[in-house]
Design a binder for this molecule. Structure first.
Ligand code: 5HM
Length: 326
């Protein structure tokens, strides 16, 4: 049990790097692996790696979380924020395994909205239920070696205990260097969304994995990160972490996704975003999308934005893109 993801991430990498149980080669990729990894994050809002050497892409992290909530699995949306996602799409159009949104909001042939159902049960039917599972891995998935995109997440369980919303993520496999950082972020964001929709405080986030591994090809990068952590400054500080306001609704998510589209297509200015009558938390995420586009398109970023945006977010932007910013 740890207070922040930062500590969990570094401890997990250290453990797998030096005390791995197996050296395995599934789908011809050599990895260091431990079986049955499990950890508890006490504050699911502390979902970042604060080390400058990791250069976490929080714009992608927020985009991925919203992509899941969009119910879509299209490569086009997420590829804009992470071009490497194209490597996992079998047809260049969809991400059948990785696009969890389609499973969460439209599971199987009945197109079951699992998220909506979960909210109804936790609100009225049986708030302390132990059946509220958002199923992701589907027995129908093709798990032969030839399929390049099989869901790594089996399910996300939601539990209301002592008036707090807890989440448990069950994964069959997790890449501890790349996947873990992104999955913990998007899953805890989803947890915070459910807590906000239920108007309930956040409990803990538990992450359980069958095969937790580091690819041998990433070992030099992991060694480099771990050797730097005591020597380099950290992005963490006394700032309070961004907090999602209570009362979030699917309509608000729809609005966020609409604005993401306006921003990506260059149809709105940063002033238009600042003028939106929405809570700071959501405006901040849209501003991150706007800044990301500005960096891509070599558009000047107005000075005021650096003061408008959450200081922690701004640190992440500078850490990743300062050499490309106008
Ligand atoms: O051979 P396999 O399907 O397990 O390879 C998928 C790789 O992507 C694994 O290393 C898995 O841990 C990683 N992965 C992840 O860490 C994949 C997804 C997409 O479902 C994910 N996290 N969300």
């Amino acid at each position: 049990s740890y207070p922040s993801f930062n500590e969990i991430y570094l401890a997990a990498l250290k453990k797998i790097l030096f005390r791995f149980e197996y050296s395995s080669r599934p789908r011809d990729q050599l990895e260091r692996e431990i079986l049955g990894f499990s950890v508890r994050l006490q504050d699911p809002r502390s979902r970042y790696c604060f080390h400058v050497g990791r250069r976490q892409n929080i714009v992608f992290n927020y985009a991925e979380a919203l992509w899941y909530l969009s119910g879509q699995r299209d490569l086009k949306f997420i590829e804009y924020y992470a071009p490497s996602m194209a490597n996992y799409s079998p047809d260049g159009i969809n991400l059948p395994g990785t696009g969890y949104g389609a499973k969460l909001i439209g599971y199987g042939s009945k197109k079951l909205n699992q998220l909506d159902r979960a909210l109804k049960i936790l609100r009225h039917d049986d708030p302390e239920s132990k059946r509220v599972v958002l199923q992701i891995f589907d027995a129908d998935e093709d798990i032969l070696k030839s399929n390049i995109d099989v869901s790594c997440t089996l399910a996300l369980q939601l539990l209301v205990r002592a008036g707090k919303l807890h989440m448990i993520a069950f994964m069959r496999a997790n890449d501890a260097y790349v996947g873990f950082l992104n999955d913990a972020f998007s899953f805890t964001f989803l947890q915070e969304y459910v807590a906000s929709a239920l108007d309930m405080p956040l409990g803990s986030y538990i992450h359980i994995v069958g095969s937790m591994h580091i690819y041998e090809k990433d070992v030099p990068r992991v060694e480099n990160l771990l050797s730097q952590v005591n020597a380099t400054p950290s992005l963490a500080s006394a700032w309070t972490l961004p907090i999602m306001p209570p009362g979030c609704t699917p309509e608000l998510i729809k609005l966020m996704l609409e604005w993401e589209g306006y921003i990506r297509r260059g149809e709105v200015s940063s002033k238009d975003i600042v003028a939106l009558k929405q809570e700071k938390f959501w405006v901040d995420i849209l501003l991150l999308f706007w800044i990301y586009r500005a960096i891509r398109e070599k558009i000047e970023i107005p000075n005021e934005l650096s003061k408008r945006i959450h200081p922690l977010h701004w640190q992440f932007i500078l850490n990743r893109w300062s050499n490309q910013m106008k």
